[in-house]
Design a protein around this ligand. Sequence first.
Ligand SMILES: [Fe+2]
Length: 146
Amino acid sequence: MPQWNPDFETGHPTIDTEHQEFLHQLEMLKVAIDAGAGREKVVDLIVVLQRYVLGHFAREEAHMLRVGCPSHGANCAAHREFSHKFDRWLELLTYSGTPVSLLLEVHRESLAWITHHIQKVDCGLRACPAHGSVPVSPRADEVRKS
Ligand SMILES: [Fe+2]
């Protein structure tokens, strides 16, 4: 997992925490793959990751819209594109008999995407100086319960 560093900070504590959770879940996926986890376990981890990431995307997009972030449009487009990858990966693993080793690719691609995306798109929030004091809603824990 890449070391969390100031280049990843958007300036909003909730969004930054959610990005760290995204990276943590990717790390858990890698640990499971390295430990030789079976297909079912790996599919479960991807479903959990997908659910978390989609919730995060929705919260972040709403926040950017609320604070008038200039990166909002680019962020939504990038999120839509990445979201489709989950369905494709799950389809491959569930219906096509694709080897679990595909998951190494899922991990590699997701990690590359999120670290690039945070720095090039999400950090556009820095252009909205007051955004860090605007709450992100609904909160992550509220979304997880639903
Ligand atoms: Fe984003």
